[in-house]
Design a protein around this ligand. Structure first.
Ligand code: AMP
Length: 301
């Protein structure tokens, strides 16, 4: 790694840019040297799921930028924006250890300056599922990701399948707006008991933690039953009941959807995805899993 300029900020030895000009100056130098760039957008509080995205980025490009920005625009009033976990120093240390080149950690003022008035809004794919439960959420995501892509102009941007509807939303906006970036995705990283890693798992109490792990097991059972030919509506109804029986307080949604379009499906003729959002106490958890189509002789797609 090149030595940072004398006045550049570093955290745990990692160069940090707080503003778009500083980010562009660094990326511009890399570009001038003919180097490729990958961006990993995050809200910080990094865990092994985020780090899997970073590893992918490091394999894809010569330079890697990780952005840390808890984006107020994707939280509805009453959600957890204020209490969302933040630990920039620990995040920087983990990124430095992996060999990341730059952390982009802009201020809210830098991202949403005086008079900010533009929203990127993606139709269809954002309707239903988390879009129904969190009004305005995907507008916030689409707007901030568009900004980050324009600010950094990476060759690659890496996202997790953990937020599957978000991933498809970003693929859609990149295609529709002709953003010159390759969107890469990484499968969900899980705890040993199947719970998808999430910064929000920190909200779970010791009693809630084993209940949370049931979500993934129920989704895995759903996927297996669907692959054996069970009807999506039956499978979803049984799974909802199983979640409540397991101690989950509320099932916000639990659906079998087309994996490419998220359209509801009645029969399994194309690759599908089971997706769910649940509440345990005040904690909201999401998860999803792929469902293959059995084409012949038990072979999965
Ligand atoms: P967040 O910080 O929650 O906004 O997430 C930043 C990125 O990390 C998104 O692309 C997420 O989908 C991804 N991500 C979060 N949790 C996981 C996980 N357990 N496995 C893989 N990717 C994840």
């Amino acid at each position: 790694m090149d030595a940072p300029a004398a006045d550049a900020e570093t955290l745990a030895g990692l160069p940090v840019a707080r503003g778009v000009d500083a980010l562009r100056a660094v990326v511009g130098d890399w570009r001038a040297a003919g180097q490729s760039v990958a961006l990993v957008p995050t809200m910080g509080a990094l865990h092994a799921g985020h780090l899997a995205l970073v590893e992918r980025a490091l394999a894809l490009a010569e330079r890697v930028v990780v952005s840390l920005f808890v984006n107020p625009a994707q939280f509805a009033p009453g959600e957890d924006f204020e209490r969302y976990p933040r630990d920039e120093a620990a995040d920087a240390a983990r990124l430095a250890a992996l060999g990341v080149d730059l952390m982009f950690a802009p201020t809210i003022e830098e991202m949403y300056g005086d008079g900010f008035a533009t929203t990127v809004s993606v139709k269809d794919i954002t309707e239903g599922l988390c879009g129904a439960a969190r009004p305005g959420h995907f507008d916030g995501v689409a707007t901030v990701v568009t900004k980050l892509l324009l600010q950094c102009r990476p060759d690659f941007a890496v996202f997790g399948e953990k937020d599957y509807q978000q991933l498809l939303t970003i693929r859609r906006l990149v295609k529709d707006l002709d953003v010159p970036v390759a969107v890469e995705s990484v499968p969900t990283v899980r705890e040993a008991d199947g719970l998808a890693l999430s910064s929000r798992n920190a909200y779970l109490t010791d009693e809630q933690r084993p209940v949370a792990a049931r979500l993934n097991r129920v989704l895995a059972d759903m996927a297996a039953r669907l692959e054996r030919g069970a009807a999506p509506s039956d499978v979803a109804a049984d799974a909802s009941a199983a979640l409540i029986a397991a101690g989950i307080d509320r099932v916000e949604y639990l659906e079998v959807r087309d994996a490419a379009t998220l359209a509801p499906i009645e029969t399994l003729s194309r690759p599908a995805r089971v997706l769910a959002a649940v509440r345990i106490g005040k904690v909201r958890l999401i998860d999803n899993m792929p469902v293959g189509v059995v084409v012949a002789h038990g072979k999965r797609t």
